[in-house]
Design a binder for this molecule. Structure first.
Ligand SMILES: Nc1nc2c(ncn2[C@@H]2O[C@H](COP(=O)(O)O[C@H]3[C@@H](O)[C@H](n4cnc5c(=O)[nH]c(N)nc54)O[C@@H]3COP(=O)(O)O)[C@@H](O)[C@H]2O)c(=O)[nH]1
Length: 735
């Protein structure tokens, strides 16, 4: 509009002053039209562009007619502007229109343009003018169109780049937000470190794991919270990571929390390189696995330790033994394997209950652990059995000394709940390499030696000897044969007289079992009674003894022989067996023997534990009217205060004391004291194992009631015993 005004207003003024009214009108109309187009801003662009081009064309045409060739300039502007505003196709049309207009107006209106050499050919002249005009006009139009097109393409590209940049920026922002959210909210510790191990970024979870605040973490290095040995162990793998030999580094290790507590983490470290491929940062993802590690440690502990004592169990024992043997082989050393079993533990367990038994086992375990060096192992093999590995044992003597010490330590007094308990143990030892080259053999041989120690009288230790395994085999074969002894009627009773010291008369008989095996001959009770105890066969065998002894005693009376007591040994297992009372009642009923003529012998060791329960059981027996004798008196640790509460009738003084009464003043003093004690408690005494007249005389002098022993008679079979009763002989005892 400004340009139009700048061009039109001077033209109007000049035209008016020159009286060229038509030109002034044309300029005015053109200006008004331009103003009209300008005001129609809301109209479509193409409509306004067409109006403007139309204005240019008509202005050019009008000025060509009125002003002449100078007006061609207006015609020329039409196609150029069309190209700019409406595109090349419209511009070509405008160009063609221009050419036609110029040719028509020039030729017909005879515009004042002439070319030299075309004087006689005006049409040709105008064709040449038109071609030149059109050529120049086309040049301008096409160049404008091409320029515009290129500009457009360039603008489009620019705008595409701008869009893409904006999109990229948005994507970057989203990605950054996603990364931030992931980093911050990850349920694992995520961190970035530089290659010197400085923390560059840490998330909350890592702070939680380490106990440090974010700021504190950022002032630390990796080495400040890692165990030094882990850092050292990591060095080769870190070097491999930096070289690109491995994609990442996975480790389970400890971090040290701010409060000093260790925390187990699974750490995955990966490397970030710069564009040039050089290592730049480390990304460390740490997961807290403390609970899992704790659980694994717990499981491992449970799999290798005994739950009751906390000692090594069989698994760990085997491992340790293998290690000890490997070490000993390398250095040419010995290893001792000690198999230890508590004596009479079953009695304690049965009489005082498993709670007390467990506590005792724990205490024994603690004592054993205190007996050995750090390099040794104490394991609980099950029940009341323990195994000790003495690694690097120098000699058999050293092992013997260790075993003596263990016997001593175990044999001390135990205070469990309200009970004061005495317990002893038997130990068998085998030596590597002498007695075996592998754990299994060494354990088996130590076990065999332990059995031999038990047989030898308990509270002792034995080294393995080759024949022990053969004995163990014999024991097993004996156990198998014993199972058939009852049904095959291989058992019988012998009777040993019990003599009244005042009258010298036989007043009782102890029934002593014998086993006559078709191949083995007469097997002594010392060999098969312990096997019967272990296998439980003692219960039916004991029942048989009771019945047989009662029937036999009644038959003596039936034969008119003097009525005497029959004493029957009751084993520990039998004593605690529920059926004992009924079994005795049945024996009494079936035989018809008056209850007062049946004496049951229980040993001191059987009543040592659980006095209340023992008193109850003894009362039940006493209620039947039986006599109760306490056998082997003096060998156990029974409390004298309990003794007076037990409903017993007889104290049988153990033969180990009686044996020495002539030569040993202490034995003599003990026996005298026991006799005095028994009498003050109104108990009868029987001194057993009397082998000489001298012993018998002393015992008579000390006022023992009865005696029993080889001096008077060995145990006799039933017929021989009947013969002895028939003799009616009275023994003469000098004292
Ligand atoms: N539960 C059961 N135990 C029983 C039964 N029968 C026997 N036994 C126990 O077996 C052990 C060995 O008995 P045994 O070989 O019969 O020996 C007894 C006597 O022969 C022996 N004795 C007797 N007098 C003397 C002697 O002067 N010297 C000497 N060296 N030995 C002698 O003592 C054994 C009897 O001991 P005790 O029982 O303590 O009175 C033995 O422990 C028997 O208890 C059974 O049926 N059931």
């Amino acid at each position: 509009m400004v340009l139009g005004s700048v061009a039109a207003v001077p033209s109007i003024l000049i035209s008016v002053s020159d009286g060229l009214w038509s030109i002034a009108v044309v300029d005015c109309v053109a200006l008004l039209w331009l103003a009209f187009i300008r005001r129609r801003r809301e109209s479509p662009f193409r409509w306004r562009a067409r109006n403007f081009i139309c204005l240019l064309y008509l202005l050019g045409l009008a000025l060509l007619l009125k002003v002449g060739p100078a007006a061609q300039i207006y015609l020329m502007a039409g196609p150029v502007m069309t190209a700019l505003l409406l595109g090349l196709r419209s511009a070509l049309f405008a160009l063609a229109l221009n050419a036609a207009t110029l040719l028509g107006v020039g030729y017909y209106a005879n515009a004042d343009i002439h070319l030299p050499g075309f004087a006689g050919a005006p049409l040709l002249e105008w064709i040449v003018i038109t071609i030149n005009f059109a050529f120049v006009n086309a040049l301008m139009t096409v160049s404008s169109a091409v320029l515009l097109h290129k500009l457009e393409i360039s603008l489009q590209k620019q705008s595409a780049i701008t869009v893409s940049l904006a999109e990229g920026h948005e994507r970057l922002r989203e990605s950054e937000a996603l990364y931030r959210a992931t980093f911050e909210n990850a349920p694992v510790g995520v961190s970035h470190l530089d290659l010197d191990g400085r923390w560059l970024a840490v998330n909350d979870e890592l702070c939680e794991i380490t106990g440090y605040s974010r700021d504190e973490m950022l002032s630390l290095r990796y080495g400040d919270i890692a165990e030094p040995e882990d850092v050292e162990a990591d060095a080769p793998a870190m070097a491999a990571l930096l070289r690109g030999d491995i994609p990442s580094l996975n480790r389970e290790q400890r971090y040290i929390r701010k409060d000093g507590a260790p925390v187990w983490v699974h750490r995955r470290t990966s490397l970030v390189r710069n564009a040039a491929g050089d290592p730049k940062h480390l990304v460390v993802v740490a997961t807290d696995i403390t609970e899992r590690v704790r659980y694994e440690v717990e499981l491992e502990y449970q799999a290798t330790h005994d739950a009751l004592t906390g000692l090594a169990n069989r698994n760990l024992l085997n491992d340790r033994l293998e290690q000890a043997l490997a070490g000993a082989s390398r250095h040419g050393r010995n290893v001792a394997v000690l198999f230890l079993d508590l004596d009479n533990f079953k009695i304690i367990n049965d009489s005082l209950g498993h709670g007390v038994g467990d506590e005792l086992i724990k205490s024994v375990g603690e004592r054993l652990a205190g007996c050995v060096r750090d390099m040794d192992t104490v394991a609980r093999a099950g029940g009341d059995e323990f195994v000790l590995i003495l690694a690097d044992a120098e000699s058999e003597n050293e092992v013997a000394t260790a075993m003596s010490r263990i016997l001593e330590v175990v044999a001390g007094l135990y205070q469990v709940a309200r009970h004061e308990l005495h317990v002893t143990c038997s130990i068998g030892a085998s030596l590597f390499p002498r007695d075996g080259a592998d754990p299994e053999t060494l354990l088996k041989n130590a076990d065999a030696a332990m059995y031999r120690a038990k047989e030898g009288g308990r509270n002792r230790c034995k080294f393995y000897q080759e024949e022990m395994n053969a004995r163990l085999g014999q024991r097993l074969s004996l156990a198998a044969k014993l199972r058939h002894a009852l049904e095959r009627d291989e058992l019988l009773l012998h009777y040993q007289p019990q003599v009244d010291l005042r009258s010298g008369a036989i007043v009782g008989a102890e029934a002593l079992i014998r086993w006559r095996h078709p191949e083995l001959g007469l097997v002594p009770p010392s060999q098969f009674i312990p096997i019967a105890e272990e296998t439980g066969l003692i219960v039916p065998i004991g029942e048989w003894v009771l019945h047989a002894a009662c029937v036999q005693a009644q038959s003596w009376a039936a034969m008119g022989l003097p009525r005497i007591r029959v004493a029957v040994n009751i084993s520990a297992r039998q004593f605690r067996h529920k059926g004992l009372l009924e079994s005795i009642q049945q024996a009494l009923r079936l035989s018809g023997i008056p209850p007062g003529y049946l004496e049951v012998e229980i040993t001191e060791s059987m009543i040592m534990y659980g006095p209340e329960e023992t008193i109850r059981l003894l009362r039940n027996l006493k209620d039947l009217g039986l006599q109760i004798a306490l056998d082997d008196f003096g060998t156990g640790f029974s409390s004298l205060s309990y003794l007076k509460r037990f409903p017993i009738d007889v104290l049988k003084i153990d033969q180990s004391f009686v044996r020495g009464i002539v030569s040993d003043r202490e034995d003599a003093a003990i026996v005298k004291t026991v006799i005095g004690l028994a009498h003050s408690l109104e108990l009868r005494t029987i001194a057993e194992g009397v082998e000489t007249a001298e012993q018998a005389g002393l015992l008579r002098g000390w006022a023992s009631d009865e005696v029993q022993g080889y001096h008077f008679s060995r145990p006799l079979d039933a017929d021989a015993f009947i013969g002895r009763l028939r003799e009616g002989r009275r023994f003469v005892i000098d004292g």
